[in-house]
Design a binder for this molecule. Structure first.
Ligand SMILES: Cc1ncc(C[n+]2csc(CCOP(=O)(O)OP(=O)(O)O)c2C)c(N)n1
Ligand SMILES: [Mg+2]
Length: 288
């Protein structure tokens, strides 16, 4: 195993971290991400959100695929499942259906979510599986050293696109809205307090909540999704944005202005768990 990727267990470091009041949710593993990686805001945001919502670690499962973002389950003191590349959502769905009392959070990168795993997104969204999906988008395959991903911009130069990327990026927010995910939001790793608020809100939603997090890869992207560019390149959703209006949400995604942060869309509707209980009732059985 690459020494750099090996979790480091340091009790004294952990005591230092626990002094900030997040003692219940940190694991003993020190994150292995590069210094400056946007993913550090994930541990902060997630532990703050769990603290705020009072969710017990023993009732929480974090599921991930493969990639730098997908290392996340190692760094929190919940149950964790580091699955196959792109298979985060089916595994998370199975866990939630097996035990509805659990809080299930799926985590991954743009490659895990929108390349190899993209086929699962429409179904989790349309079935309204009661889980939260946090996708950390750095526009790159970070773990495998910086190849282009489905969210890389046209013109982006990487080892797999040495003459510039010519593929149009897909639009994650529009995709999720199109399949009517029942909660859709966007945050930026460079605004960690807002990110923590958004994670807490996504987790408090009953149904499939999707949070897209713009997150710079400081090692393999020096030109595109950098902190310098994103700091001035994002905006807040307008104060009068109606989050119950699907078309207004789509209009905000398509707006010519900078990418917006906030909650684009939210609606309450039956979850997959509700549908299964109803199916069991119609079949004359008894739901557990
Ligand atoms: C089946 C399979 N195909 C390809 C790979 C190689 N691989 C590992 S991680 C990864 C992409 C990760 O990118 P992303 O999900 O954006 O995560 P990041 O590292 O950027 O956080 C790829 C292609 C793999 N592990 N398994
Ligand atoms: Mg990535």
């Amino acid at each position: 195993m690459n020494e750099h990727l090996k979790p480091v267990y340091l009790e004294e470091k952990l005591d230092e971290i626990r002094a900030d009041g997040h003692q219940d949710y940190r694991s003993k593993a020190i994150p292995t991400w590069c210094p400056g990686c946007g993913y550090y805001s994930m541990t902060e945001g997630f532990t703050m959100a769990l603290n705020r919502l009072g969710i017990e670690p023993e009732n929480t499962v974090v599921v991930s695929g493969i990639g730098c973002a997908s290392r996340f389950p190692f760094f929190v003191n919940t149950y964790g499942f580091h699955t196959l590349h792109g298979r985060t959502l089916p595994v998370a769905t199975g866990i939630k259906q097996a035990n509805d009392a659990l809080t299930v959070v799926a985590v991954g990168g743009d490659g895990d979510a929108f390349a190899i795993g993209a086929g699962h997104i429409p179904h989790a969204a349309r079935r309204n599986v009661d889980i939260t999906y946090l996708v950390f988008d750095n526009g790159i395959y970070g773990l495998t050293k910086g190849q282009a991903s489905p969210t890389s911009a046209v013109g982006f130069k990487t080892p797999t696109t040495p003459y510039d990327n010519c593929d149009q990026p897909l639009n994650p927010l529009m995709m999720l809205l199109s399949y009517r995910a029942s909660w859709v939001g966007q945050a930026y790793a460079g605004r960690p307090h807002h990110l923590a608020d958004m994670i807490a809100e996504a987790m408090a939603h009953r149904g499939f909540s999707y949070l897209h997090i713009l997150s710079p890869c400081v090692t393999f992207d020096k030109t595109d999704m950098t902190y310098a560019n994103l700091d001035v390149g994002v905006r807040d959703l307008p104060g009068d944005h109606d989050r119950t209006d699907l078309l207004a949400a789509m209009a905000q995604v398509e707006a010519k202005e900078a990418p917006a942060l906030g909650v684009f869309f939210e609606e309450g509707r039956p979850t997959l768990g509700d549908a299964m209980i109803e199916t069991i009732r119609r079949a004359g059985g008894q739901a557990a």
